[in-house]
Design a protein around this ligand. Structure first.
Ligand code: THU
Length: 141
């Protein structure tokens, strides 16, 4: 289980990462901070595109940065999202594609997904809660 200090640190890093959001088409800014099993942090933001479909979510940016640098074991991710220049009033639960990417690298029983409005208001779920009966590498064995 994550201690509260780590949860708050993850949320702070996600809020900071959100500042870099490139989202001129939706004006919806998302930031994520991913914690590896070794205690390292990788952050990400959403990156949109004029052709729309190449858009990458904040969560996948964080995962792809980490995996591309050789990390493959993860404990938790914090996600913050909301319209530009507005107070965050909703939890930005990860989209289905991001949940599937998490399924590739994380234990669904233990991987923690923190969605936050602030460091004081957040919700914590396991990947299994957000992606029950998920399809993963074990299905291909
Ligand atoms: N977005 C994320 O970054 N993460 C999600 O899990 C859902 C959606 C981004 C994609 C797009 O840039 C914007 O939010 C609006 O969909």
């Amino acid at each position: 289980m994550l201690d509260e200090r780590t949860i708050i640190l993850l949320i702070e890093k996600a809020l900071e990462a959100r500042q870099a959001s490139y989202s001129p088409y939706s004006d919806y800014q998302v930031g994520a901070a991913l914690l590896t099993a070794d205690g390292e942090f990788f952050t990400g933001c959403n990156i949109e595109n004029a052709a729309y479909s190449p858009t990458n979510c904040a969560e996948r940016t964080a995962f792809f940065k980490a995996v591309s640098e050789g990390r493959k074991n993860f404990d938790a991710i914090a996600i913050v999202g909301g319209p530009k220049d507005m107070e965050i009033t909703q939890y930005a639960y990860p989209c289905g594609v991001c949940r599937q990417v998490m399924m590739e690298f994380c234990n669904p029983e233990t991987f923690q997904i923190i969605v936050a409005k602030s460091t004081k208001e957040y919700d914590v779920k396991t990947l299994k809660q957000l992606l029950p009966e998920g399809f993963g590498a074990a299905n291909l064995e």
